[in-house]
Write a protein that binds this ligand. Sequence first.
Ligand code: NAP
Length: 340
Amino acid sequence: MGKNVAVVGVGAVGIEILKILKERNFPADRIRVFARTKREIKIGRDSYQVEAISDQNFDNINIAFFAGTEGAKGASVQYAHKFIEKGAVVIDNGKDFRLKPDVPLVVPEINKSDIDKNKGLIANPNCTTIQMVVALGGVFKRFGLERIVMTSLQATSGGGRASAQSLWEETKYIVEKNKDKKYFNQLDKDRNGTESSFTDQIAFNALPQIGSFNQDGFTSEEQKVVDESHKIYGDNKIKISSTCVRVPVFTSHSESIYFKTVQPASLEEIRKVLVDSQGVNFSESNSQLPLALGAEGSDLVHLGRLRADSSEKNCFWIWAVADNLRKGAALNAVQIAENL
Ligand SMILES: NC(=O)c1ccc[n+]([C@@H]2O[C@H](COP(=O)([O-])OP(=O)(O)OC[C@H]3O[C@@H](n4cnc5c(N)ncnc54)[C@H](OP(=O)(O)O)[C@@H]3O)[C@@H](O)[C@H]2O)c1
């Protein structure tokens, strides 16, 4: 017998969940879709009736994917427990519950057995974290990880549909306004003509801030990479540090990852582990570099540019690219549901 499924939120991630449920023939008898406002949406040839979420009628739902906004007024904080009380297992994409001790934080390639510990709620990690832990998952299992230093170049869709739209509007505005000039970069100082989700211009720029700043100068996004990786690997001893940067790309995050193993490892041994790692596509050819555009629509984390640091033993560099809306969010959530 199939399951009754709910999807809460039909923004960047929710739409992708609906697409992936269909692509993977998820055994759903019925899919109910919720958001803030009632309407009909079309995804390809399929139409979905979106119900305005309210307090009533969450009966007979087995699995509920939450892809609404976060915080006190977000969908998960307001409604997840109401679905759970009626017997559903909630898989939540937001940050609200990820670090709670009784909520499993799951990337199936790494810790799918944690799914069995759920008490009605399973958290999906942050997109940046998911692709890093998958990239290094095989290495972690074989050699252990002593240190990870990562710089991310993150797509605007990672901030939701409004952020991707801001990149489009800014780019269009600048190109149209400057079409007779050879080079153009700046929006007008007053940002006339565009509304943006970003505090600084994102078009033709790179913003070294994702989330809010902590007292130590790191951002909330960078802190998530540390805390969530520790929880997923079940190893708080790994020294992790990162810089997260928003770049003018619509889809797919790119990460430059430096890592040091606990056990001695040669470049050849790391190469073999990466070839066999779950959920990755390792390219050894510098003429087939993993690119953001190439990863769009793909289910894998694409790896390349493996190098050994000649100045330090057991230290390596890798370049990792993945579709933030798929493996970074929707696909990982659906994989959790498949394991359930
Ligand atoms: N984008 C990514 O790459 C990514 C990756 C990992 C995790 N996440 C997380 O996934 C969640 C969804 O992100 P997104 O990028 O899809 O956001 P988004 O594009 O801004 O879409 C948000 C959706 O949530 C709905 N919503 C907002 N508040 C709600 C409420 N109180 N009750 C019911 N529905 C509500 C909105 O409804 P209306 O359509 O009616 O306005 C909209 O459909 C967030 O928690 C985000 O942090 C995102």
